[in-house]
Each structure stands twice: as structure tokens, then as C-alpha cells.
Design a protein around this ligand. Structure first.
Ligand code: ZN
Length: 299
């Protein structure tokens, strides 16, 4: 299996709840596996970012001229390094989409491609939010549409609602957006996804997996030619920003369900990591690593 990753995803954010070191730690844990080949991404071009984001917003991001309230909403300190790191990360999701769909041909062909990064689902066309400067999955979906793909599905299982992605594709029937999240959590305003499943506080493995088994066939019935999976680690019971109670075993079963379901019908799958804020960083790293291991075994 191919896994897209760059060391430059580790961005210095000062003291911050978002541990960008997780990307490197996950890649290190996977580096000994003979069944994973790492691919270094190219940064998304500004023209690719403009498939989703407004010119005005991109100019502010590029030039460092965001207003104070915009920086507050993004919840990340602006720096040229931050912008470059996230542009590269968007490029990683694009790359994973091109590899999974065979639009970019390499000697290795894998229908499941993991991105050790991405899942920046809170970014809107005209602003960034909640640690998400650019919406990587939305940009990658637009790139694939430009290359002729008709139908795409986004399966967003981060604990937080995929507000930016839902908003971007609200009036595009070619993209099915599924968001399964904790209902009473950030973001307060949840634009409508094609299918929203808002879970009660404290939902456990059994509830979660039952709801997933009901929701997933609806996304697959859309007939997607590529599925983007946001495998957030933050539904975990010991997450600082989540209020669900999934165990590590439950999260692994979640990942296996998505990967096997998509694989069974032969649809290209891009796995992105999205959020993860466990009290212990090693838990977040272990959950994300398990996701990629499941993909490598089943991909
Ligand atoms: Zn999240």
C-alpha cells in the first residue's frame, strides 16, 4: 500500500492542543512495515486551492494579513511555515486521490491509499476554522472532478461535524457527504451534509458501530468512484476535545468496517487522519497507526 507523508507536516504551533508531531510519530511506527511504501507529496498549487477557496482568503493566508478575529477562528498562529505545511498537506490528499483512482499511474497500484495527514474538514471557502486553514478533501475532490470523476463520497467519522465540507458541497449532488459526529460539540453551526448522524454524548462502541452500519450503505448507494474517509481519532473515550466513549478496539472495528465495505465494491479509497487530541499523545498515535495498519492489511 502507498502512504503519502512528509516530515514537513510537523509544524511548530507553540503550546497547542493540536499535536502536529503525531504525523512523524505515526510514520516512524509504520516505517518498518514492508507492505507500506511512502510517497512524498508536492504542495497544492494556489490554483488548486482556488478550486474551493476564495481569492481574497487565499491572498490573506499567503501574505499573512488575516485579521485578529480570523486568526482566532482558525485557532492557529499564522506563520509562513504554517501555510507551507498545510499547503503541502492539501497536496498530499490530492496525491492520494490521484494514486487511488489510478489517474496518476505508478509502478505500484493500490486502490487504498493512506494519507498520514489531512482531514481538515472545518475549512470553508472564505475562512479557516478549528485548526483547518484549507479543506484538503474538498480541494482533492474538485481536482478529481476536473479530471473526469462523476461521483465522490466523503465519509467523515471525526468526532466533530464536517461543517466546511458540508457547506462546500451542499449544492453539488455529485458529492455525497456523510458526517457522523457528536451532536453537542463544536461546531455550533452545522450546515447540512447529505447525511448527518449526530450521536448523543457518551455514545459507546456498540451504538457507534450500529449507526455506522446503517449510514455507510447510504453513502455507497450514491455509486461513488472514489471515497474519502476522515478517520478522526477523536471519538476516543480519552479525547480532550471529544465527548464520545469509543475504545481503541471500537475505533479499529470502525476503520475495518469502512475499509472492507469500500474495498468489497472495488471503489478507490483515500484514508485521511483528521483530528485526535487524546490526553496521552501515544494513544492518538496508536489509534491513527491502527487505522493505517487496517488499510494496509485490507488494501
Ligand atoms: Zn475533530
Amino acid at each position: 500500500m502507498q502512504a503519502v507523508y512528509s516530515d514537513r507536516y510537523q509544524i511548530d504551533l507553540g503550546l497547542h492542543v493540536f499535536p502536529t508531531a503525531k504525523y512523524r510519530l505515526i510514520a516512524e511506527r509504520l516505517s518498518q512495515r514492508p507492505d507500506i511504501t511512502f510517497v512524498e507529496p508536492e504542495p497544492a498549487t494556489w490554483a488548486q486551492l482556488a478550486l474551493v477557496h476564495t481569492a481574497e482568503y487565499l491572498a490573506k493566508m499567503r501574505d499573512g494579513t488575516l485579521g485578529e478575529s480570523e486568526v482566532d477562528q482558525l485557532e492557529l498562529p499564522w506563520s509562513a511555515e504554517m501555510v507551507a505545511g498545510f499547503r503541502l498537506m492539501v497536496g498530499g490528499t490530492i496525491q492520494a486521490g490521484l494514486l487511488a483512482t489510478g489517474l496518476e499511474v505508478t509502478s505500484l497500484k493500490s486502490q487504498v491509499v493512506c494519507h498520514v495527514g489531512g482531514g481538515l474538514h472545518h475549512a470553508f471557502p472564505n475562512h479557516g476554522e478549528g485548526f483547518c486553514p484549507f479543506n484538503d478533501v474538498a480541494v482533492a475532490a474538485r481536482v478529481l472532478q476536473d479530471r473526469g470523476l462523476e461521483r465522490i463520497a466523503v465519509v467523515d467519522l471525526d468526532v466533530h461535524h464536517g461543517n466546511g465540507t458540508a457547506f462546500i458541497f451542499e449544492s453539488d449532488p455529485r458529492v455525497f457527504t456523510l458526517s457522523m459526529h457528536q451532536q453537542h460539540n463544536y461546531p455550533l453551526w452545522k450546515p447540512r451534509s447529505t447525511l448527518d448522524v449526530g450521536l448523543p454524548d457518551g455514545a459507546h462502541d456498540a451504538t457507534y458501530l450500529r449507526e455506522l452500519e446503517r449510514a455507510l450503505p447510504q453513502a455507497m448507494a450514491h455509486g461513488p468512484q472514489c471515497v474519502f474517509f476522515l478517520a478522526g481519532a477523536d471519538p476516543y473515550e480519552d479525547d480532550q476535545l471529544g465527548g464520545l466513549r469509543l475504545t481503541r478496539d471500537g475505533l479499529r472495528r470502525r476503520d475495518r468496517t469502512v475499509i472492507e465495505t469500500v474495498r468489497a465494491v472495488g471503489v478507490p479509497l483515500v484514508v485521511t487522519l483528521a483530528g485526535g487530541y487524546a490526553r496521552r499523545l501515544e494513544d492518538t498515535v496508536a489509534i491513527h497507526t491502527a487505522t493505517i495498519e487496517e488499510a494496509a492489511v485490507n488494501g
